[in-house]
Design a protein around this ligand. Structure first.
Ligand SMILES: Cc1cc2nc3c(=O)[nH]c(=O)nc-3n(C[C@H](O)[C@H](O)[C@H](O)COP(=O)(O)O)c2cc1C
Length: 146
């Protein structure tokens, strides 16, 4: 490979972005203190891993979107999966993306009502498009900063 080819391969690897969207249930309705702890730890680690995203919480139901370089993102996802605060984690989307949706947000947070199809017994039936749409809607409807 030429030097230019190697440089382009390197830049391409650096630029690759992956995104994951999942829903989960808390083992108990988390206290504001527990949410604060999750967000504080999440924001520290996400900043180091180059991960950004949004966490939605609705009375013990979570929906989270995370995006970033694949290696850092998967490391963060493993930490999330291992957190005993929640279970019944259902992945709705895992795919390469062209650009970030939440650039600059180490982890945005909103308390928002999730539709029944996401919190019901068969949320895996939820269409990925609906979930992504919902995510954008919720975020767009909150203009304040965190
Ligand atoms: C719904 C939910 C979302 C989370 N999101 C993240 C995240 O984006 N980044 C992260 O590093 N950890 C995330 N976590 C994990 C927690 O931040 C962390 O592991 C937990 O607060 C334990 O803290 P500790 O590191 O002090 O033991 C999440 C956990 C839950 C339940």
């Amino acid at each position: 490979m030429t030097n230019a080819g190697a440089a382009f391969a390197y830049i391409d690897a650096m630029a690759r972005l992956h995104a994951i969207l999942y829903i989960s249930s808390a083992v108990h309705v988390p206290t504001p203190h527990e949410i604060e702890h999750v967000l504080q730890r999440a924001r520290e680690r996400n900043a180091r891993a180059g991960v950004t995203g949004l966490l939605l919480h609705d009375d013990g139901h979570f929906m989270q979107y995370i995006e970033g370089p694949p290696e850092g993102l998967l490391a963060i996802y493993d930490i999330i999966l291992a957190d005993p605060l929640h279970h019944r984690i259902q992945e709705l989307m895992s795919e390469s993306i062209g650009e970030r949706e939440f650039d600059g947000w180490e982890m945005a947070y909103e308390q928002a009502a999730l539709p029944a199809f996401l919190t019901g017994p068969r949320p895996e039936l939820a269409l990925k498009a609906s979930a992504q749409h919902l995510l954008r809607d919720v975020w767009a409807s909150h203009s304040h900063h965190h």
